[in-house]
Structure formats: structure tokens, C-alpha cells
Design a protein around this ligand. Structure first.
Ligand code: BEZ
Ligand code: FE
Length: 269
């Protein structure tokens, strides 16, 4: 047995009996019936078939708990946040000036947003080899994978930063949306009386040589779901103001917004 296998086995033999004892205690205290337990097993079977275990972990706020335990609250570094189930690997590489979307029928009422900032180490050293990987919903219809009107990988993309560590990308202001409700997790939410809404946000994965990768999200003030995100993932340090500008400043025919978001990565090792 390798060292990793031995460590895994030790963790399993420590944790599983305690987890089972906790579940058994609740089942016993509530005198859960055979019918009720069968319904739980049927739901979990469906969650697996529908590939919704990550979503279940998110809406039960288990992902937020694991994230909090996995990343020390280090004020010098940008706070991490959960990835969620809607990341799509290998998004297109976007060259500067970076724009991560194409217009679509439904985007005309949305507002253009430029997100910009600097990627540095926690001591302020710029990280010119940093790569950002972004995903978010459009201004209508949610994620590209749910919306036939949007081209593949709309509001998704990877790109690099300047020598100074600075980056900028053009997107549109996202809107609050509901997590998928048409599967078993949707039925679970309904059964426990939990709403499915998330506040508007933009997901980031940021990597740079010699540094711990960061997965996080950025939120915006005055969102109706900031205080009651269904996955409980809002962190005050990740709420960033939107500043409105006259379109003429960038040769646009409508007002646009900017959002500043500097990213500070921890050295690895
Ligand atoms: C998301 O933000 O993409 C997300 C997170 C958790 C569950 C569903 C969606
Ligand atoms: Fe999201």
C-alpha cells in the first residue's frame, strides 16, 4: 500500500464510523420509517443518475464548509470560493483586448461591463505568467449551456495578463439566476422549502507559476440575493462595486460599468 493509500485508509476508518453514528443518531431520534428511508435512497439514486451530487453539496452548503476549512482566512490573499457545477473545461483562449461573449438575441438590454485589476503575489510582486479563466451567466437566459440562443462558450474564456500583472476583459453585467430546478435537487429544494436563487456573480480561476491556484467569485452590491444566496457562498470581501460610465468614454452608444478586482495569490510550498 502506498503512503497516500495508507493515509486515505486511516482517514476513512476515522471519519466514516463517526459520520454513520451521527446519521444513525438522527434517524433514531426521529424514528424514521422504512418508507421515508426508501424515499431518501431513491432521491440519492436519482441525484447520481442526473450527475447532481456537486449541486447537492452546494445547496446543502457543504461545499462552502469544505472551502472554508480548506483555505485559511489569510487577509493578504484573495478569498477563495466554491467552484459550483457549471464550469466547462477548456474554454477558448481570448486574445487582448479580451471580450468573452458574442451578442445574442436577448443580450440587447444588458449592460457592458469591463472587469479589470492586477494579479500579484501576496507581497505585491506582479505575476506576468498568470492565467485567468472566467465563467458567468449572460444578461438573460443564464449560462450558455442552458440557452440555445447563445453560442458555445459564451461568457467563458481564458486569457493572460500584461507584464505588470494587469488584466481587463469585456463582459456584460450578470443577473441573479436559479440553480437547476428541473432535476432531483430541485425537488429536494422544494421539499425543504429552500429557494433556488443565487446573486449575480462572476467565477474566476486564477493560476500562476509558484503560487496556489485560486477559485473564487465576485459579487455586486445591492443584489436581492446577497444575504441569502442558496449556496451561502457570498463573502463580504468578494463584493465589489460597479461604477457606471458614459458610453462616450469608450466609444459605446450606451452607458457601461467597470468593476475593479485585484487578485492576490499565495506562494505555494
Ligand atoms: C454557480 O454559481 O454556477 C452554481 C453554484 C452552485 C450550484 C449551482 C450553480
Ligand atoms: Fe455561477
Amino acid at each position: 500500500m502506498s503512503t497516500t493509500e495508507a493515509q486515505t485508509s486511516e482517514r476513512v476508518t476515522q471519519i466514516v464510523p463517526e459520520a454513520l453514528a451521527a446519521i444513525h443518531e438522527v434517524l433514531e431520534r426521529h424514528r424514521v420509517t422504512e418508507e421515508e428511508w426508501s424515499a431518501v435512497l431513491a432521491l440519492l439514486t436519482e441525484v447520481g443518475r442526473a450527475d447532481e451530487f456537486v449541486l447537492l453539496s452546494d445547496v446543502t452548503r457543504t461545499s462552502v464548509l469544505i472551502d472554508a476549512m480548506s483555505h485559511d482566512a489569510d487577509e493578504a490573499a484573495t478569498a477563495s470560493d466554491v467552484e459550483g457545477p457549471l464550469y466547462v473545461p477548456d474554454p477558448p483562449w481570448r486574445e487582448a483586448p479580451v471580450r468573452i461573449y458574442d451578442d445574442y438575441e436577448g443580450s440587447e438590454d444588458g449592460e457592458v461591463l469591463f472587469v479589470r485589476g492586477k494579479v500579484t503575489s501576496t507581497d505585491g510582486t506582479p505575476l506576468p505568467d498568470a492565467v485567468l479563466d472566467i465563467w458567468q451567466t449572460g444578461p438573460s437566459g443564464g449560462y450558455d449551456i442552458w440557452d440555445e440562443r447563445q453560442p458555445e462558450f459564451n461568457f467563458r474564456g481564458r486569457f493572460g495578463v500584461a507584464e505588470s500583472g494587469e488584466y481587463e476583459f469585456q463582459t456584460m453585467v450578470p443577473k441573479p439566476y436559479t440553480v437547476p430546478t428541473d432535476g432531483p435537487v430541485g425537488r429536494y429544494l422544494q421539499a425543504v422549502g429552500q429557494h433556488p436563487w443565487r446573486p449575480a456573480h462572476i467565477h474566476f480561476k486564477v493560476t500562476a507559476g509558484g503560487h496556489e491556484p485560486l477559485v473564487t467569485q465576485v459579487f455586486f452590491p445591492d443584489d436581492p440575493y446577497l444575504e441569502n444566496d442558496t449556496i451561502g457562498a457570498v463573502k463580504p470581501a468578494l463584493v465589489r462595486p460597479l461604477k457606471r460610465h458614459d458610453g462616450a468614454e469608450r466609444g459605446l452608444d450606451a452607458p457601461f460599468s467597470t468593476c475593479d478586482f485585484d487578485v492576490k495569490l499565495r506562494r505555494s510550498g
